[in-house]
Design a protein around this ligand. Structure first.
Ligand code: CS2
Ligand code: MG
Length: 405
């Protein structure tokens, strides 16, 4: 079944998304997500200039060969831009194969290992009390796991906290230049243990708690935080230190039994191979859009299973519903699935573009049984929201030193 056309759409219903549509000679088409937050047009160019010309005329059914062709067939392998381009093509080809077979993609990946997908939701607040009030609301909605992030007293803006914005789309979608945020590890350490002390006092074991450090601590600081939080039995501490240096996690692991999660910035197995085989982490968080699609994530998940590492796919607002749907098909069919990050199905504008029938019930998601990935993309609606450059923030210490955001 030959590929006859590949289109790349950029739309910005509050924040930018890059969507790939692969069309075949039979008219069947598939969709993929190619969104790299803050670098969207780099992926568009990579796809249109360097991928599309090579794929038109190839057999859409040959998913693995096309993946290898796009990965091994280039000299400059890996990296977020290359792997997002590969990912989008890969997701679209799985979408096509499911539509042709008349089956949801998870049936092509081995069928169900569970009936529904357990989620963790985000509670973030201007202070500890506000964060815990939001936590209470999420527990009442049935969420069994909640990520707690609170503003840090004395710092103007904190990662993961909305401030005066109504949602993540508004927070992330309109940054014509990288905003500069201040960071203080000392102020952070004053807050986080107290946040979880009060959370456990207020909620007991009514929910599992998580926290995203967002790579801001040195390894020994991460080890100290992990030890301080052990009594609160977190489900996991995410991005405890920067992901580039996998050796960091030997030191952290040596000092604390708090479970560790990492991987949302990883693109291939090579980024996380040592972490997994040395069991330095407990959850691998690669996202389909950033790690080579369904094919790429499946390779990493199966490797992780050998070493008791579970998956906890990244589910940030900068991954489109197409990526989220791909995760649902992966999560329901992956034996060592752990938990899925969930920040909602998007804002009202994005719901006019990306349509699906994934169901949220009691903190769980029930996957679509529609053939393929189960997401429709309204090209007409997408044209209503043209691309708008927007950057992720940068972070500086109080003395002005550039730091990890
Ligand atoms: C965060 C992300 O969801 C998370 O765990 O780390 O929101 C991250 O900040 C964004 O994906 C960056 O684009
Ligand atoms: Mg994160």
């Amino acid at each position: 079944m030959k590929i006859t056309d590949i289109q790349v759409f950029v739309t910005s219903p509050g924040r930018n998304f890059v969507t790939v549509k692969v069309t075949t000679e039979s008219g069947v088409y598939g969709l993929g997500d190619a969104t790299v937050n803050g670098r969207e047009l780099a992926v568009v160019t990579y796809l249109e200039e360097h991928v599309v010309p090579c794929l038109v005329g190839r057999d859409a059914h040959n998913i693995e060969d096309i993946w290898q062709y796009l990965y091994k067939g280039v000299y400059w392998r890996r990296g977020p831009i290359t792997m997002a381009a590969i990912a989008a093509i890969d997701m679209a080809l799985w979408d096509i194969k499911g539509k042709v077979a008349g089956l949801p993609v998870y049936q092509l990946l081995g069928g169900k290992c569970r009936e529904a997908i357990t989620l963790y939701a985000h509670a973030n607040g201007e202070n500890i009390e506000d964060t815990l009030d939001k936590t209470e609301e999420l527990i009442q909605q049935g969420f069994k796991a909640i990520r707690l992030q609170s503003a840090i007293p004395g710092l103007s803006e904190t990662y993961g906290v909305l401030g005066d914005k109504k949602d993540y789309f508004e927070l992330q979608g309109n940054r014509p230049l990288p905003p500069e945020q201040e960071w203080s590890t000392a102020k952070y350490f004053k807050l986080v243990p107290e946040l979880f002390e009060q959370a456990r006092q207020r909620f007991g074991d009514k929910a599992q708690f998580l926290h995203d450090v967002h790579s801001r601590l040195t390894p020994i600081e991460s080890a100290k935080l992990g030890k301080m939080l052990e009594e609160y039995q977190l489900l996991f501490l995410e991005d405890a230190s920067i992901a580039e240096n996998q050796d960091n996690y030997k030191l952290i692991r040596h000092h604390t039994t708090t479970p560790l999660a990492l991987g949302e910035t990883y693109n291939t197995i090579w980024d996380c191979k040592d972490l997994i085989q040395n069991q330095l982490i407990d959850y691998i968080r690669v996202a389909a859009t950033h790690a080579g699609g369904i094919t790429g994530v499946k390779k990493i998940s199966d490797f992780a299973d050998i070493y008791n590492v579970r998956t906890a796919p990244h589910g940030a607002p900068d991954l489109s519903p197409i990526c989220f749907a791909a995760h649902m098909h992966l999560n329901i069919s992956t034996h060592n699935f752990g938990i899925q990050e969930f920040v909602g199905f998007g804002n009202e504008e994005s719901k006019t573009i990306f349509k699906h029938d994934m169901k949220l019930e009691n903190g769980m998601i029930y996957v679509s049984d529609a053939p393929g990935l189960g997401v429709e993309f309204d090209e007409q609606a997408a044209t209503q929201y043209p691309y708008k450059r927007s950057y992720l923030p940068v972070s500086r210490l109080e003395d002005g030193t550039l730091w990890h955001w």
